[in-house]
Design a protein around this ligand. Structure first.
Ligand code: ATP
Length: 223
């Protein structure tokens, strides 16, 4: 995925820009930066959820938002179905896929995320960790190549954090590109192979030396 001159304005305020970078599917990228530095906006622009100028070019003939799946920080924001199953198939029904394809995809994904046995449950009765898994499931069924996670562990307790962390690592092993915006880079260190540090809507550091970027971020947070 190639990103050229990406720029986002909210009203008159430029919150992102101009960003030039590339991502590949073998990357697990940490996106670091203080509150308001533009991490969420960047991820949302990559998945077409906010208006932007510039170009986002992906391989194949698909629009980029088919290839990039953004999972909201608060899973509640994303839940629309009245059962787990309905929530997961919602996007696929909108795409007009046939029923058998929808069933197969939903079943496969819910088995991966461990929610299959909860498919008849009402989403609001799920635990925090299960809600986050549901939010991820509803994106995974769309079969994106990149999973864009916005503070995926922040709403969770310690036990759920561990479970979700393992799921994210499993998805990486299955071949998805992962970009995680986080204030807790240490959680993902063992799997990350690139880190980007954002400030005031631009990339100020981008390196495969993840520790170097994390150190820079932590030092700046402390000073
Ligand atoms: N819908 C919106 N309308 C106007 N301004 C917005 C909107 N969403 C975000 N902003 C502003 O855009 C800037 C970037 O916000 P963004 O949420 O992308 O940062 P962030 O790095 O993800 O922050 P955090 O770490 O707190 O999640 C901030 O100044 C924020 O106040």
């Amino acid at each position: 995925m190639i990103v050229k001159n990406l720029e986002v304005f909210y009203g008159n305020k430029r919150v992102l820009g101009k960003i030039d970078t590339k991502f590949s599917k073998d990357e697990f990228v940490l996106l670091l930066g203080y509150n308001g530095s533009g991490k969420s906006t960047f991820l949302k622009a990559l998945s077409g959820l906010v208006n932007y100028s510039g170009e986002i070019i992906v391989e194949g003939n698909h629009p980029h938002y088919f290839v990039t799946g953004y999972v909201f920080q608060n899973p509640e924001t994303q839940i629309i179905g009245s059962t787990v199953w309905e929530d997961v198939i919602f996007g696929l029904e909108n795409l007009g896929l046939d029923r058998e394809e929808i069933r197969k995809r939903a079943q496969k994904v819910l088995k991966i995320t461990g929610l299959y046995d909860f498919k008849h449950m009402e989403p609001h009765n799920l635990s925090g960790g299960q809600k986050q898994k549901l939010a991820i499931s509803s994106i995974l069924v769309m079969e994106p190549e990149y999973l864009l996670l916005d503070e995926p562990l922040s709403m969770l307790d310690k036990n759920d954090r561990q479970v979700l962390k393992e799921l994210i690592f499993d998805l990486k092993k299955m071949g998805m590109g992962i970009i995680v915006a986080t204030h807790n880079p240490e959680v993902f260190l063992e799997f990350s192979n690139r880190a980007i540090f954002m400030d005031k809507g631009t990339i100020v550091k981008d390196s495969n030396d993840v520790l170097e970027v994390v150190d820079m971020y932590i030092n700046e947070v402390e000073t």
